[in-house]
Structure formats: C-alpha cells, structure tokens
Design a protein around this ligand. Sequence first.
Ligand code: F6R
Length: 587
Amino acid sequence: MCSIIGYKGKNFAAPILVNSLKRMEYRGYDSVGVATIDEGKMLVRKGTGKVAEVNKKLDMSHMLGNIGIGHTRWATHGGVTDKNAHPHAAGDNKIAVVHNGIIENYKELKSELIKTGYIFASETDSEVIAHLLNLYFNETKNIKQALMKTCKRLQGAYAFVAVFDDGTIGGVRYEEPLIVGVAKDGYFVSSDVLGFLEHTDKAIFLDNGDITIVNDDKIQIFDFNGKPVDRPITQVAWELGDIDKGKYAHHTLKEIDEQKLSIVKAYNQEEARMKKFLRILRAAKNVYIVGSGTSYHSALVAKHVFGMYAKMRVEAVMSSESKYVLSFLDEDSVVIAISQSGETADVLDSVRLAKSQGVKVLSIVNVTTSSLARMSDAFLGTNSGPEIGVAATKSFTAQLIIIYALADRLCRGKLGLDKEKLIHAVDSVLSNKSTIEKLAQELKNNKDLYLLGRSLHYPIALEGALKVKELAYVHAEGIAAGELKHGPLALMEKNTIVMILNPHDTTFNDTISNAHEIKARGATVVGLSDQKEDVYDYWIPIPALSEEAFYPIVEVIPLQFLAYYLAVGKNIDPDYPRNLAKSVTVR
Ligand code: F6R
C-alpha cells in the first residue's frame, strides 16, 4: 500500500528519504511527498507520479534540514491529486503527517474538526491525523500527550509518522507495520526495512499499539496509555544487492530469472523449523490453507499435492472469504497462511479469526520479520529475498517448493522431491524465453486470453490469467478444463486464443479432447506441454517431469514470461502495473 518513512539524524534528510522512497516504491506509486524541518521551519513538497518523476519536477532531494518524513501513496480515500499526496500539514505547518492504512471513522472526526474551525486541504482520511495532533498539541503543549490522545480517537488500521517543527518525530503502529531503524548517526521510522537497510541492519519492530518518539538523539517507545515498553533490537538479514535491477530492464524479469536460485533457497529449510511445522500439521484433524491472489493459487496447488501424495484432505480458502467460511473452526484444526509480504490485511484477518477460536496458525511467508510470521505458531520462510516487481513471481515458485517439501515429508518421500532435477527443469524453461517473447508479439493485440487446465494445472491456469491481467491489462480467464462444456465453450470462435496446460500426465487424455473441441470451433490453440501435438497452433515446450506434482513450477514460468513480454510489447511498465500495490494492507 503506502510507504511511510521518517528520518532524524546527522545527515541531510531529504536525499536519504527520496532514496528510501525509491526502494519502497513498489508498495504504492501514484504520488510522493517529503516534509523536512530546516531551522524550525517546515518545508513540504509533494505531487503525483513516481518518485523519480516527482523528484525531477520538485527537486525534493535538495530540501534542507536533517529531520524529515516521506511517503509514497496508493490512493484509497480521495483521487490521485497533488493535494491528496502526503505529507499533510496542520497548525500552520507546525506538524506534518504521513500515513499508511485507513482511518475508518474519518468522516465523523473530520466534521467534528471542521466545526472547531479546522480547514481541510485534501479529501483523504489521513489529514484528520494531522489536525487531531495539532488540536491535542495546542491543548497539552506536549507531543507525547498529543500522540496518545490522537491514537485514542482513531479507528481502523494505521501506521503514521509525524514531524513537529521542534524537530521531534513521532510514529505509531496500529495494525499496519512500522519499524525503527537504528543507525550510527540517526534513526529511521519506516513501514519497511527496505526503507533503511542501506544505512543500518539494526531494527526495532514495533508492536501493535506502540508509539515511538525520536528526539534529542534518543528514542522512546510507549503504549497508548503512555507506559514505556521494551522492544529488542533485531539484526535484519537481507542482502541489499538484491534490491537492484542490475543488468535487467525490469525487476519483474530479474525476479523471473532468479527462480533457478530462489527455488534452491526455498528448498534449504532449517530442520528444526521444518520439524516444528510438521509436528503441528500432523496433529491437526482439519487443515485450511488461506492466501490471497497468487498465494491463494499456491494454496490450491497445496490442496491437490497434500491430497494426492499425503492423502491429507485440506481446504483452500481465499483470505478475503475466510470470515464467511472459517468462523466455526474446531480446536483441532490448523490454518496455514501463505503470503509473500506477510502483511496482507485479508490474510492477517484470517489468522486473527483462527487464533480467536484457539486454532494454531502455521505460515509460509517470504518476509520473516512480518506481522504474519510474528503471529504464527510456526513458520517457514520462502527465502526469496525482496520481491520488488508488483506481480508475484519467484515468491510463488518458492511457496510451491515448500509445499512439495512438506508433502514429501508427510508421505515419507513418495513424492521424490529432487532438487537437482528441478533446477535442471527450471533452467530449461528459463532459457526458452525467446519463444515466449515471439508468441507475445503475435498475441499482443488480442483482447482476451483463456487458459485451461485440470487438477494441479487449474491453479496454474488461474495464476497465468492473473499475471496476464495485472501486467498486460488483457482480459484473461483461467478455466477448469472439465468445465468447458458447462458454459465457456460458447466463447470459442475464430480469433479466440486458448492456452492449454497439457503435459503428459494423468490429465492429458481429457485435456487433449478439450483442445480438439476448441479447435473445432475455430479458436487458436496454444499448447503448453512436454510434447508437440497436431492440434496446437503454437507450442510452448516444457520439460517432461518424473512426477506430475512438479509441473506447476515449469508451467508457470512461461506464463510469467508471457505476461511480462505482453506488458513490455504494450509499453506498460511491468514493475508497476496501474492501480495495484505490492502489499495490500487494506480490506
Ligand atoms: C499477484 C499478486 C497478488 C498477491 C496478493 C497476496 O501477482 O502479487 O495477487 O499475491 O496480493 O499478497 P501476499 O502474498 O503478499 O499476501
């Protein structure tokens, strides 16, 4: 969603903040802003566009002062306009605020503040925070009191950072992440460790309901009642190099290519963690796997793999639907949450719902310092490193590897997960990107794309469709191949493009029949298979694998490439698709 950052230290704040915002831009990228305090005077510059564009226009990085806050926005309340960009200032520029999350009761607060004489400059929910801080600061002449009183008025999920013209920075965490970076020559308060990892790997992860104040070269942390709380300093492990695109045109392409390595990192799990995870899983009578978007597709693959190999019946549930279906769990159930970010609001809601019923929560998560990892009884890290492209790519295949590793343990090795063979197979699909690039050229003007698959291939049809929609803005639909005759066949005609996920496994005979049915209606058939068939107008080769469970890995990579090249062919920036954000921390 939005990214927020504050800095107070010995260096100029603005260039540091602009750089941090660039690193966190994947979280939200419709507008940007920075506020600094220079000799007791607040300076604010903000506007719509990406960080580099706005910086070029407004020269934010040359603002003076060694204290400041910054923001990248993903609009929720109020359109994408300069006025709605953060920071929002109040009290004649005495206070400025950047916010991530949603203030649910902002309408009531806003009308109350307007009645008291406050004038609002934006349509955002966030601006109420700035005016409330101003109101309570005027009343108490005390920043700590102003922060505490403001928090008590806010409802919703939020994290915010405020800067005061005396040089104090205040930060609050409530259901949205906020992390303090402790550097040699200053402090950061940020929604993501990527905001400060270039300067320090020492982090304090604030808990829900924590308020922090950075002033006089020190930091205080207390709860909403003002009681001091102790939070440890943790060392953050990620390699900074991973955040750069290197020789690649886009993060997305780099991250697709990285999968040869990232699947190995996912495979290499700490034995003690794995054992703890399996112990809880084995003890469960009912297993529900939750996730959103791509991570939900992993849950669907898990449902098949656990069923086929471990003979374990599990339910895959979309996190956004969980409150309607998981509100009556037995205590001997287990919920496995899958998430790249570990901050997706819907996923965290599912976890809270499970915990409120006394159910144990396991997670498969990339960001191991995230809220999800912290809330879980045990977790396995996908170890993919930062995924900057908004579309999930390497994190998806890493999730699948963990699912295979778990299933293999549960069925005592019958699945036969062989790291070397998988790397070889992944390597071969990665080296075939030029075939997909050519196909993307031919398909780039098509308005619709259908993807068909059965069993394990159906979640990959859904995932391929999601990638094509979000990256290339092409209408794409994943269809369970057996459902074709129950309706979608009506769509098949000349110029319809259908991709068939069709390796030679137990689904082959049924799916090839579907290919013929489609072809007979004049549609174009693209076969994604280990063998060429006459019915295919185009063939995307994938390697033949010993076990059908592993096909999702080699099927999804060509689809990731297809979505990427379709986007590039249409001049869309695949790293930052319109209207989306990497981590969806709103409901
Ligand atoms: C699709 C995509 C999203 C995410 C979803 C869940 O490419 O990136 O659908 O998969 O928002 O995010 P996480 O996995 O962070 O919970």
